[in-house]
Structures are given as C-alpha cells and as structure tokens.
Write a new protein. Sequence first.
Length: 155
Amino acid sequence: MSDKISTKTIAVNRQVRHEYFVEESYEAGIELYGTEVKSLRQGAVNLKDSWCDISDGELFVRNMHISPYEKGNIFNKDPIRPRRLLLHKREILRLFGLVKQERYTLIPLSLYFKGALVKVSVGLCKSKKLYDKRADMAKRSAQREIERAVKERMR
C-alpha cells in the first residue's frame, strides 16, 4: 500500500519571491467553512496582497480573497475575512519573536490540497531593497544568456 499523500496546488503567490527574501517556510492548516472549500476546489482564490499576523497567540491570514461559492447562497462568508491558521503553539511563539524583534514578515506562499485537507505554505520573509531586486534581475538575465549560448553551441 502506498503511504504517499497526493498534493494539488490551488494558488501560488508569485510576487513574494520578487519582493522578499524567503528565509523559511512552514506548512499550516487553515480554518475554513464548507462553501469556501468548494470555492477553492474551483480555484477561486487570490493570494496577491495577503499577509499573516499574530494576535492573541493565534496566527491569522489577512486579505486572502476566496470568491463566494455561486451555489452557496446564505452559507457564503465574507470573501476577505481573516482566517485562522493552525500551527503548534511553540511555532507561533517562535514566529512572534522573529516578527517583533528581527523585523520579519509572514506571507502565504501557496495554498494547496494535501489529501482532503487544505494547507497553506507560510514564508518567513525579509523585504528586498531596490538594489537586491536589480541584482536578482541581472542574475536571471545572465543565466538566460548562458543557457542560450549552451543551446546555440549544441546545434
């Protein structure tokens, strides 16, 4: 019997890698209602401007937009309501210390199904400066040039 659990990506926040250095990532569960899960199965979610914060010892994701389920009528919830993330208390306290003292930011990197459960990958990030972004762009363009030269040489 296979112990492998299938994962299916729902949404990825691509802008994070451009704006931040991702130091670590954590896998967290998320507290959702039934119509929100049905909406996620249709891929109706936007992580673009979302972030995470810690209040009262709990981790919340803010500004994550899950579109209302079209057949959900009165059971639909507010699309951008704060949603609680499920991590161990020890991990939340460690993240709280890093966010307050080291000036890190918590940002959701991706949303995916792991088996029947919805999981969020949360990144511990530091903001990039403009010169860091330029260096990354220069590095990517140099890598593209190398790949082109190798491909040209192979012909």
